[in-house]
Design a protein around this ligand. Sequence first.
Ligand code: ZN
Ligand code: FE
Length: 255
Amino acid sequence: MTQPIVHIFPCLQDNYGLLIHDPATGETATIDTPDAGTILAAAEAKGWKITQIWNTHWHQDHAGGNAEIVAATGAKVVGPQEVDRIATVPDRVLHEGDTVKLGSVTANILETPGHTLGHIVYHIPAAKIAFVGDTLFALGCGRLFEGTPGQMWSSMSKLRALPDDTVVYCAHEYTASNAAFALSVDAENKDLIAYADDVKAKRAKGLATVPTTVGREKAANPFMRANDPKLQAFVGHAGDEVATFAEVRERKNKF
Ligand code: ZN
Ligand code: FE
């Protein structure tokens, strides 16, 4: 495998468009389809032809551009079955443990229910890259529209188990508001304080805070830290990871 190239660019209000390109074969996938026009233009500017669509979940800002990109490029769609709620059924429906090939690049599929029940993550171990959709955000996590706190915490635990140096591409730029919330529940966490300062500096210059890494999120993201005794005690659920995760998510909803 040659190291794939990832191109990240803003889409819609606060989504990120993501293209992954295999220089060895020329294959290119778009991770989700928030805005077909922007994604097609980004690929064209790079001189890349989109050959695959990798969907993470069924929401409009993730699969809403599938039809237009397929019509323009003939790309093959892979993703969870639930994409059929707003688009045609993926050409290949993916499940936990499946692998997807983009030329010489191989991604492993993790099922991460919580934000939606069918949400999946694409992990490319050889390249140390993960595309996490709306499951994990920098210093945050997706809202629990369909799943339970227990499901989402177990999804977080799957991502916690990836190597610390895995580069994590989230689907939205929510980090500044996530940082303010994170500090409200974990104010003395030195890694979080340093991370929040870094986010402030980056956003002041209009820079992206995505990608992040698994190690960074494990150290600072309260949604990845429901097993931390200090956080558990702070929210009043010592010894209970799921109750801690649920309470932190509930507080974020009201923040
Ligand atoms: Zn979503
Ligand atoms: Fe989204």
